[in-house]
Design a binder for this molecule. Structure first.
Ligand SMILES: [Zn+2]
Length: 53
């Protein structure tokens, strides 16, 4: 199974629970667990920067 680590809390994140941020901007790829990503995702959605189901 592919396991990566959250770049915020450094916990291991299963692939299904990972959110990748890197495609949004010319920054390196970041992997963030759903728990850490939630406020970020809400912010980005609020400003129409990403779409997520
Ligand atoms: Zn995290």
């Amino acid at each position: 199974m592919y396991i990566t680590k959250c770049d915020i809390c450094f916990k291991e994140v299963e692939y299904d629970n990972e959110i990748s941020i890197g495609y949004l901007s010319p920054v390196p790829h970041y992997s963030i667990c759903l728990k850490c990503a939630k406020p970020i995702v809400q912010f980005l959605q609020k400003h129409g920067l990403i779409e997520k189901d």
